[in-house]
Write a protein that binds this ligand. Structure first.
Ligand code: NDP
Length: 387
């Protein structure tokens, strides 16, 4: 059977890689719907090339631009939240969740509820909605396949039959561009410096999140929900070469690792082809050219995001949603040059302190409410600083 796939966020880094993988998978996959936000030219080109049924821009103001760009193609066009929902609820049996940030939560949830298989790049779904999201996938009857390279690596080496022997999950982190910098030097960096990731080519926001290690913080929470492990079973180790994508440790002392060149197409291809392995045209690891593999403990003084993630995991409930929402507001402020790099940590921690008594989420409405409150709180903190 040919699979049909909808790509939420097709114009982003993961979206572009997914379309390449889909092309490589040949007749096994056909594209159903594609969504983007501001990059209308690329979205229209992708939709024509892939023969999509539907193209959606999340930005209502760009609807006419997309309509014009696709005129005569026969491809349906939609926009805004309703357009994203229409794409997510369409007839495809697969959905790649690759919208950046919390904006990806509602459409991915809609896809999960109707039983689509979800290839999950958007970690915010699990960080904010955690068990509620996992339950929505289970109730819908689809599968959840992790695309984040670390989680995909763990998924590849976690032997479900050996769950009882699972001791720990070891997430690797490149350490980002400031791995060896002092705190004083980090205080003055700009978004342009922070986005320069040493190994991976990624979107702007995740690149800066990698530099601050907020990305690893989100991944810790993501791992907790995906693999149903306790917070104390999740370790982070800095591995600057990004060759070992993550590891699983067992009760006999064995550690299983997944390795490869840093290229998201391997993780995407594995997710979409599971349980088979596809043939992919990606660079092969040449061990004779690897001079060394280094590992070092992360410095939680310079990178307090890791400590905040532990705190959110231990508190449970809505603390993940609070951490993520406050982080998104602080990140935007840093990108716009309104605050310094280290200020992001302080803003997130202050908002978490203020919302420490938030009750556990009973429904998605609670998640969206906590998200909105944390954003408002973070925005108020920023306004006070600017005054
Ligand atoms: P990009 O910034 O490259 O792309 C984001 C995508 O989301 C684009 O298609 C963009 O549209 C769209 N988008 C932006 N804002 C909105 C909005 N408000 N509503 C709807 N769509 C929107 O991000 P990445 O591809 O790097 O990352 C996507 C997700 O995958 C993130 O959650 C990230 O954490 C995760 N991830 C990414 C990895 C990577 O290697 N890049 C690795 C692992 C996880 P447009 O460009 O048209 O404006």
């Amino acid at each position: 059977m040919t699979n049909r796939i909808t790509i939420l966020g097709s114009t982003g880094s993961i979206g572009v890689s997914t379309l390449d993988v889909v092309r490589q998978l040949g007749e096994d996959y056909a594209v159903d719907a594609l969504t983007g936000n501001g990059n209308i030219e690329l979205l229209a080109r992708q939709a024509r090339e892939a023969g999509a049924r539907l193209a959606v821009t999340a930005d209502d103001a760009r609807y006419q631009d997309l309509k014009d760009a696709l005129s005569g193609s026969g491809i349906a066009v939609a926009s805004g939240r309703s357009g994203l929902t229409e794409a997510a609820e369409g007839p495809s049996n697969w959905v790649m969740a690759a919208i950046v940030g919390t904006a990806g939560l509602a459409p991915t949830l809609a896809a999960a509820k109707r039983g689509a298989h979800i290839a999950l790049a958007n970690k915010e779904c699990l960080v904010s909605a955690g068990d509620l999201f996992i339950r929505a996938v289970a109730d819908g009857g689809g599968r959840l396949l992790p695309v984040d390279s670390e989680h995909n690596a763990i998924f590849q080496v976690l032997e479900e039959g050996q769950r009882h022997a699972l001791e720990r999950i070891i997430l690797t982190a490149s350490g980002g561009p400031f791995r060896t910098w002092t705190r004083e030097a980090m205080a003055n960096v700009t978004a342009a410096t922070a986005r320069a990731h040493p190994n991976w080519s990624m979107g702007l926001k995740i690149s800066i999140d990698s530099a601050s290690m907020f990305n690893k913080a989100l991944e810790m929470i993501e791992a907790r929900h995906l693999f149903n492990v306790r917070p104390d079973q999740i370790e982070v180790i800095v591995h600057p070469q990004s060759i070992v994508h993550s590891m699983v440790g067992y009760s006999d002392g064995s550690v299983l690792a997944q390795m490869g060149c840093p290229d998201m197409r391997t993780a995407i291809g594995y997710a979409l082809s599971y349980p088979s392995r596809p043939r992919l045209d990606v660079q092969r690891l040449d061990f004779t050219k690897l001079s060394r593999l280094d590992f070092e403990a992360p410095d939680e003084e310079r990178f307090p995001a890791l400590r905040l993630a532990r705190r959110a995991m231990e508190a449970g409930g809505l603390q993940g949603a609070v951490l993520n929402a406050a982080k998104e507001v602080a990140l935007d402020a840093f990108i716009e040059g309104r605050i310094g790099f280290l200020d992001m940590f302080e803003i997130v921690e202050t908002v978490m302190d203020r919302m420490v008594d938030t009750p556990p989420a009973a429904s998605m409405d609670d998640v969206f409410a906590a998200d909105a409150r944390a954003r408002a709180d973070a925005a108020a903190l920023l306004a006070r600083r600017a005054a």
